[in-house]
Design a protein around this ligand. Structure first.
Ligand code: GRF
Length: 192
């Protein structure tokens, strides 16, 4: 049997994507081995406990001085997934995990990306721009916010009746449907 592939998920808040990944990969060769957050109050940490996934709360200095990277190595992490993680990944981590850090962004990059463009900020900006469509972007992570090579984009149509809340619901539906599958395909491509 091929060895297990260990994934770490970084999340700053709610964690619906993290939970979806845990349940999607349950019983497979790919394992969500660790949940990490810089936010001690993040709901994702409760979800980790509920699903018996080990979790780590770290400070920004631990992220930047390499301690978090050491922990990832200690857990034998092969891939990193960012699912609603709001901080920049340091260059040393990007270099250690070249093409093995995957982020999801709730818009069609390069539109509505960059610093400050997260969560409801994105949906409000899409709404205010009167876009006729939006979507999700799954991409590799490099040293810059939302700038790594795109793996997959999925679109959804918007109507004049849409609100920032209804846009958020449409995006969440796309994320639940496509994010786990896209991670699976990316990892299988690397390991085939
Ligand atoms: C998602 O929309 C994700 O695309 C974005 O932040 C949101 C996180 O939601 N980067 P959740 O914490 O997974 O519920």
């Amino acid at each position: 049997m091929k060895p297990e592939i260990q994934l770490a998920v970084f999340a700053s808040g709610n964690g619906s994507n993290a939970q979806n990944l845990i349940t999607f990969f349950e019983g497979s060769r790919i394992k969500i081995a660790l949940i990490l957050s810089e936010n001690p109050n993040a709901r994702v940490l409760q979800r980790a406990t509920l699903f018996q996934v080990p979790s780590v709360i770290f400070s920004m200095s631990e992220l930047q001085n390499g301690q978090v990277l050491q922990q990832l190595k200690g857990y034998g992490i092969n891939y990193i997934v960012l699912a609603g993680f709001l901080k920049l990944i340091p260059a040393s981590m990007v270099q250690s995990y070249q093409q093995r850090i995957i982020n999801i962004h709730p818009a069609l990059l390069p539109k509505f990306g960059g610093k400050g463009m997260y969560g409801s900020n994105v949906h409000k900006a899409v709404f205010n721009a009167h876009e006729t469509e939006t979507g999700i972007t799954i991409h590799y992570v490099n040293e810059y916010y939302d700038k790594g090579a795109i793996i997959l984009q999925k679109q959804v149509a918007l109507t004049p009746d849409d609100t920032p809340e209804s846009i958020a619901a449409k995006i969440s539906e796309l994320e639940m449907k496509y994010f786990p599958e896209s991670i699976l395909q990316t990892i299988e491509k690397h390991n085939s």
